[in-house]
Design a protein around this ligand. Structure first.
Ligand code: ZN
Ligand code: ZN
Length: 151
C-alpha cells in the first residue's frame, strides 16, 4: 500500500506529557494511525476524537510516573489507559487481548505531524457536528486488527 506520508518505519517515535514528567521513545513500527470517535475517547479529548498511533510494544522505553485507569471494553478485553500522575495528559492505552501492541495518544508526540490519521473509527458514536474526513477510510464501530509488524 503506497503511503508516502508515513515516517520511516525505523525512525523512533518520541514524545512526552504536558508537564514533561513522562517521556517515551518507541522503536516499534507505527502500524496504524486512527481518529477515534468512541464515547470513551470523547472523554479523553474534550469532546473530540482521540488521535491514536498503534505501535508494536517491543522496545518501547518510558520514563516518569504514570497511573492507569482500567476498564472493560465491549469486546470483553481489559483496557489499561495510562496518563501522567502530575498533569493528567493521556499517553497510552493497551488491551489485554493484544499485549504485543500499544496505543499512543498523538497529543503527546514531539512531532504532531506523525499523528495524521489514515482513517476514522467509531464514526457511529460521533455527535451530529463531529468532524469526519469522509475521503479517508471510515468505520462505524470497531475496526479489524491492524497489520502485523513485518520483519
Ligand atoms: Zn505530566
Ligand atoms: Zn476511542
Amino acid at each position: 500500500m503506497p503511503d508516502s506520508a508515513s515516517p520511516s518505519p525505523s525512525a523512533p517515535v518520541t514524545g512526552g506529557c504536558l508537564c514533561g514528567s513522562v517521556r517515551f521513545r518507541l522503536r516499534g513500527p507505527v502500524l496504524a494511525r486512527r481518529a477515534c470517535w468512541c464515547r470513551d475517547c470523547q472523554f479523553l479529548s474534550s469532546g473530540n476524537t482521540s488521535i491514536n498511533l498503534i505501535v508494536a510494544t517491543e522496545g518501547s522505553e518510558i520514563t516518569g510516573e504514570t497511573d492507569v485507569y482500567e476498564s472493560d471494553a465491549d469486546s470483553g478485553n481489559r483496557m489499561r489507559r495510562s496518563f501522567c500522575t502530575r498533569c493528567g495528559t493521556p499517553l497510552f492505552s493497551a488491551s489485554s487481548g493484544r499485549p504485543q501492541l500499544m496505543v499512543v495518544r498523538a497529543g503527546a508526540l514531539d512531532d504532531p505531524e506523525l499523528g495524521r490519521p489514515e482513517g476514522f473509527i467509531w464514526t457511529g458514536s460521533a455527535p451530529s457536528w463531529g468532524l469526519i474526513d469522509r475521503d479517508l477510510e471510515c468505520v462505524a464501530g470497531q475496526p479489524g486488527a491492524p497489520p502485523q509488524p513485518r520483519g
